[in-house]
Structure formats: structure tokens, C-alpha cells
Write a protein that binds this ligand. Structure first.
Ligand code: GLA
Length: 402
């Protein structure tokens, strides 16, 4: 072979191995914990270290919850060189990242393409490369990038011009995507712009592994189910791809949380977990792990439900039947199985009042072998007249096979 031939051959090998090593992130929906739903502005270094410890001792890490994500309010001021510092609640972010990594977990962080975040802390506007490099130097593995302050820039620079505003927003997300790539460190890239402009249609083109599809969740059954059931029709936008995967994000979990003294009930938590698993949603717990009850821990770490969420086919589920207060959702799983979730959004238990299970519609016209997931019980062969009683705000989750 000539020298040129050898050089060319070498180059081909190099490119091929670089591709082989290209970081694969989020091949299934990311799982972890995020500080916002419980701590909001009160999150600090100690809360994150404690949470890391409990994620290990509670079995959450081993169940798959590996990302520990610091949300808004960690940011301090920029130095004269433009380099951002963390604020006094986070004295040493690198040391914190080392601690989190030493527990077999990964660390996530939060910023905005705008000058200010939603909680009015410093954003990454015009410091994208610097911030991405800082995250990489600290050892950050996940970035949630929240539009917030950038909307003011959009309004100032393109008043009454939605098309231009949309382009500005996409450019801002792509800018940080490129900044992350330049660091060479694999980071999950999570878009948060509340679902505007059908983000599911263009999220992957700006490097997103996940994108929020809605406004903020809260720890009430009504808000949680409103968001969850609104996801109907978005299934085709989610799935694995050559660079990892891209997922619809109906917001973080409120399992184990409550508003005031009104905690979500057992059945409401089970509904939340089931619905998110049917949606192939990221599972980012948001509860105070210091006071997590055994019931909450059992719901969050149920292996069979997690396996549905994390099914390697990555096919998001969708609604197959709805007649108030019953919603039935189906999700295709690997090995020819199907998850079927029968929700009762009513204020009293439901025995389905003559509603037949839509088994034919999901490929089991002549009956199915069924397993009741939350009961951890094989039911044998069932038909569309299978009888069940679903508690108020509860769900029956079946896995069907031939
Ligand atoms: C927005 C996001 C929330 C959270 C807060 C932080 O409201 O949607 O998830 O990140 O900002 O300020």
C-alpha cells in the first residue's frame, strides 16, 4: 500500500473507532432524582450528599435511579473572567461531584439559555462554552436547560414575530448542544421550555435526549393526571436512536410528595408511577428521601414497573380507551408483550360497569396470558370480560403475552 493509501486506511480506522466510542446517552429514559419538587430554593450541598447516601441505602440506585440532579438556585456570580461560581450553598462543586460519583451515581445540573434562570439566578446567556466547560471540569453528567430568561431576549429582539422567536429558541438550544459536544464529556441534555412550539418535533435536531412537554407538575392527583393523560398522541416522537435516545418528559415525579398536609395517597402514587412507566417517561424522583416511607420506596423501586418504563424497544404507550372515569392505556414491550393500564380517575372504586378490556385492539383478540404487576400475580389466561375492581384514583397494571 502507498503512504497515501496507508494514511487513508488509518483515517478510516480512526473515524470508525471514534464513532464506536461516541457517547451513547439515554438509550432508555433517564432515571434519577431532582431537587426541585421537594427542596426548590432550599437545596444545598448537604441535601445532595444526604440524598446520594440514601439513594444507595434505600436501593434506589440499584433499581436504576442513577442521576442526582441539582435544579435551580445553585448559581453564584461570574468572576471578572466570566467564569461562573456556585453560590455559598454549594462551596465546592467539584468535591460534591466526586462524592456523588464515589457512590456510583451521576451528577446533574441546571441552567438557562437566558441571562437569568426561572428563580432569577445567573443563566448561561453569552457564556455557553464557558459554562459547558465548567460543568465538564466539575464532572457533570446531565444538564437541564430551562428557557425562562431567554424569553425576554426573544420578546425584545423579535417582538410579535413567533417564527423568528422560534428560530432564536432553537438556535439557543443548539448553541448549548454544541458547547457540550465541544467538551467531549457525555452529558444528558434535557430541554425545559414547557412544550411550546411542538418541541417534540424539533427537540432531537438540537441534540435533546428529553424535552418537557408541559408546564410544571405539582403533588396533586388532578395536576399529575391532567399532565399524564395529556400525553396521548406523543408516542411517535420518543425512542432510542443512534446517539442514545430521545424522550417526552411530562415532568419529574411527585411520588411520596404532597401539597401541605395532603400527601398523595398510595393509589395516587401507584397511578403516577404506572402512568409515567406507560409513557416511557424519565423517572426523576422528587421526594424528600430522609422521610421516605417503605410504601413510597416500594412504589419507586418496583422492578417490574421500572422494566416497563425502561423497556429496550422504547415504544411509548398511548390511550386505547376512555370513558369517564376510566382510561385504558397500552404499551408495546419487547418479546411480543403488551402492558395494559386500566386507570380509575373516579372518586369511588370502579368495577368497570360493563366496560370490556380492549384486548382485540391491542393484539390479543382470543385472550391473553396476564400478569397483574402491582399484585405480582400471574392471572392465567384472561379475556375481555376479565373482572376487576379498581380503587378510587387507582390503577390495575397488566402485562399481556401470548
Ligand atoms: C421552571 C421549571 C421547573 C424548575 C424551575 C426552577 O419552573 O419548569 O422544573 O426547574 O423552573 O426555577
Amino acid at each position: 500500500m502507498t503512504t497515501r493509501g496507508l494514511l487513508f486506511f488509518g483515517l478510516v480506522i480512526l473515524c470508525a473507532s471514534a464513532r464506536a466510542q461516541a457517547p451513547v446517552t439515554a438509550a432508555t429514559p433517564p432515571m434519577g432524582w431532582n431537587s426541585w419538587n421537594f427542596y426548590a430554593g432550599k437545596v444545598d450541598d448537604k441535601a445532595i450528599r444526604d440524598t446520594a447516601d440514601i439513594m444507595v441505602s434505600s436501593g434506589m440506585r440499584d433499581a436504576g435511579y442513577v442521576y442526582l440532579n441539582i435544579d435551580d438556585t445553585w448559581e453564584g456570580e461570574r468572576g471578572a473572567d466570566g467564569v461562573l461560581k456556585s453560590n455559598s450553598k454549594f462551596p465546592d462543586m467539584k468535591a460534591l461531584a466526586d462524592y456523588v460519583h464515589s457512590k456510583g451515581l451521576k451528577l446533574g445540573i441546571y441552567s438557562s439559555p437566558g441571562p437569568k434562570t426561572c428563580a432569577k439566578f445567573e443563566g448561561s446567556y453569552q457564556h455557553e462554552d464557558q459554562d459547558a466547560k465548567l460543568y465538564a471540569d466539575w464532572g457533570i453528567d446531565y444538564l437541564k436547560y430551562d428557557l425562562c430568561g431567554f424569553r425576554e431576549i426573544m420578546n425584545q429582539q423579535a417582538p410579535n414575530d413567533p417564527a423568528k422567536q422560534n428560530q432564536m429558541m432553537r438556535d439557543a438550544y443548539e448553541k448549548m448542544h454544541q458547547a457540550i459536544l465541544k467538551t467531549g464529556r457525555p452529558m444528558i441534555y434535557s430541554l425545559c421550555q414547557y412544550g411550546f412550539d411542538d418541541v417534540w418535533q424539533w427537540g432531537p435536531s438540537v441534540g435533546a435526549n428529553l424535552w418537557r412537554t408541559t408546564g410544571d407538575i405539582n403533588a396533586s392527583y388532578d395536576r399529575m393526571t391532567l399532565i399524564g393523560f395529556q400525553q396521548a398522541g406523543l408516542a411517535k416522537y420518543a425512542g432510542p436512536d443512534a446517539h442514545g435516545g430521545h424522550w417526552n418528559d411530562p415532568d419529574m415525579l411527585e411520588v411520596g410528595n404532597g401539597i401541605g398536609k395532603r400527601m398523595l395517597t398510595h393509589d395516587e402514587n401507584v397511578t403516577h408511577m404506572t402512568l409515567w412507566a406507560m409513557l416511557a417517561a424519565p423517572l426523576l424522583a422528587g421526594n424528600d428521601l430522609h422521610v421516605m416511607t417503605p410504601d413510597t420506596a416500594a412504589i419507586l423501586t418496583n422492578r417490574e414497573v421500572i422494566a416497563i418504563d425502561q423497556d429496550p424497544l422504547g415504544k411509548q404507550g398511548d390511550r386505547v380507551f376512555s370513558e369517564e372515569p376510566v382510561e385504558i392505556w397500552a404499551r408495546t414491550l419487547k418479546n411480543g408483550k403488551t402492558a395494559l393500564a386500566i386507570f380509575n380517575a373516579g372518586e369511588s372504586p370502579s368495577s368497570l360497569n360493563g366496560i370490556k378490556l380492549p384486548l382485540g385492539k391491542v393484539g390479543f383478540a382470543s385472550g391473553a396470558k396476564a400478569r397483574d404487576v402491582w399484585q405480582a400475580k400471574d392471572l392465567g389466561t384472561i379475556h375481555d370480560d376479565y373482572h376487576m375492581t379498581i380503587p378510587r384514583h387507582g390503577v390495575v397494571l397488566l402485562v399481556l403475552s401470548h
